[in-house]
Write a protein that binds this ligand. Structure first.
Ligand code: GLN
Length: 230
């Protein structure tokens, strides 16, 4: 049984709760989906989602509520998934903020550029491939069926960051945005994995596609299994 936490200081946390609550089939035994606002609540979850929102604001609230240090500790040792602002917070360094530096959890060996797509492309959607989702590809009915190669996923970008530098030994790139869909001349990572830390620049919680949530749940479940029964 897994207990999943969604950091609920600010931003799109209820969308993640909804997405988790409507997972098709009993794929994982998710016993609880909890909002996390305090260190005590954080201590009760097996995995954490840091939602989209405003990374600077989220950091400020976390500091004020004594959650910053526990978050640093959690994200370095337990399964964590940062979406959008969450990807920014997990990074070691970030650029593109309007005003000066910002506090970051620094649990991933990445540099992100905030608001990568500027004002014209503030929000947009594009279909991207992520081979890591293949194990979760199922017919729309949610029934067991033959696995299909790679079904693209719909990536929703809202004032999104991208990863512009990363440690290629520690960090695995799971999905990239091609230059045809971005202001860059090279493909740039929009989904990265480092150990138990997953970060995505887009918002799977705003789509009907549950595969990114299932991918993250599989990380949490694998970690639980390796810890043995408690
Ligand atoms: N631009 C925001 C930030 O840098 C992220 C936007 C989002 O999470 N949708 O924190």
């Amino acid at each position: 049984p897994l207990s999943l936490g969604v950091l609920a200081l600010q931003g799109a946390f209820s969308e993640h709760q909804y997405s988790l609550a409507t997972q098709p089939g009993p794929v994982y035994h998710l016993t609880a989906i909890q909002t996390v606002r305090t260190a005590a609540e954080l201590a009760t979850v097996d995995g954490l989602i840091i939602p989209g929102g405003e990374s600077t604001t989220m950091a400020l609230i976390a500091e004020r509520s004594g959650l910053w240090e526990p978050l640093v500790e959690f994200t370095r040792t337990k399964p964590t998934w940062g979406t959008c602002a969450g990807m920014v917070l997990l990074a070691q360094t970030a650029s593109g903020a309007k005003r000066g530096g910002q506090k970051l959890l620094g649990s991933m060996a990445t540099h992100v550029q905030r608001n990568r797509f500027g004002s014209q492309l503030d929000s947009f959607e594009v279909e991207l491939d992520a081979p890591c989702l293949a194990p979760f590809d199922r017919p729309a009915t949610g029934e067991e069926g033959p696995l299909v190669d790679v079904i693209p996923f719909r990536a929703v970008f809202i004032r999104a960051p991208v990863v512009t530098e990363w440690d290629s030994v520690l960090v695995q790139v799971l999905a990239e945005i091609p230059p045809s869909a971005s202001p860059s001349t090279v493909a740039e990572p929009v989904a990265v994995l480092q150990g138990l830390c997953l970060a995505t620049a887009f918002h799977p919680e705003l789509t009907q596609d549950h595969r990114w949530h299932q991918f993250f749940l599989s990380l949490v479940a694998r970690q639980q299994t390796s810890l043995g029964p408690s």
